[in-house]
Design a protein around this ligand. Structure first.
Ligand code: CDP
Length: 237
């Protein structure tokens, strides 16, 4: 692989495998992987734990001033864990109680400015894979490779249900379906940086692709962009 490091921005709907692809890419390319959703989830966890009224902008700003987020590399999992004020909160941020509120919190302008400023700084040295909802449109509009992921809604529900069932056997498939539909709706219709495919992003539908096929396809795109950066708006086939 070329030594020329690029920025890879991956956006898409909830639970369509963005983080799986992003982690595998980062490992193969020796890039940093940043799960931007973990930042919104950690902020939501802080708001819930501290009973912050999200509708009060002053209270939101006051709370954000007390939040320090840091990604810390975990040797065991070979990926970064998010720390909220020096506490590793990875075990809590994917609980349903956080998932139920995260899209509401992520729609708040002050919350987005807070997270996006940190995300932009993380990309200064390139060599980064970041996944989320607005990475190719707002965080890194000049990213060399932008991917917009999608998958059949029912495939996504079943994938997330299996993941959540492993830690919470009381969860029902209906709860999971409702949460994914609600988050996709809020994320795509909010005023601040709504989820949409950037004009120069490549669409990747992984409903019927294996993890290996998906990874090999995207590594080809990376090779192409890293050796021959295309002007914005051009397509890669
Ligand atoms: O893992 P999943 O795709 O279900 O979600 P996530 O990446 O953990 O993101 C959780 C939520 O954070 C999303 O539903 C969005 O509301 C918000 N988010 C966002 O607004 N912008 C991002 N760049 C990443 C996540």
């Amino acid at each position: 692989m070329s030594a020329h490091k690029i920025i890879i921005a991956i956006d898409g709907f909830s639970s369509c495998g963005k983080s799986t692809l992003a982690k595998e890419l980062a490992q193969r390319l020796e890039y940093n992987y940043i799960d931007s959703g973990a930042m919104y989830r950690a902020i939501t966890l802080y708001f819930l734990r501290n009973f912050i009224d999200f509708s009060d902008h002053d209270k939101v700003l006051e709370a954000l001033a007390n939040i320090n987020l840091l990604f810390v590399f975990n040797e065991e999992t070979q990926t970064s864990d998010i720390h909220l004020n020096d506490e590793d909160v990875e075990p809590y941020i994917r609980d349903m109680i956080v998932s139920e509120k995260v899209s509401e919190v992520a729609a708040i302008r002050e919350v987005r400015s807070f997270a996006v400023a940190q995300q932009k700084r993380m990309g200064r040295k390139k060599g980064i894979v970041m996944d989320g909802r607005d990475i190719g449109t707002a965080v890194f509009p000049d990213a060399e490779l932008k991917i917009f992921m999608t998958a059949d809604p029912e495939v996504r529900v079943v994938r997330r249900y299996k993941e959540m069932y492993a830690t919470n056997p009381h969860i029902t498939i209906e709860e999971v379906r409702h949460n994914l539909e609600l988050r996709d709706y809020i994320d795509s219709t909010r005023e601040e940086s709504p989820l949409h495919q950037a004009a120069d992003a490549i669409l990747l539908d992984n409903s019927v692709l294996t993890r290996e096929e998906q990874l090999e396809t995207v590594l080809e795109w990376v090779k192409d962009r890293a050796t021959n950066p295309h002007p914005q708006g051009s397509a890669v086939h």
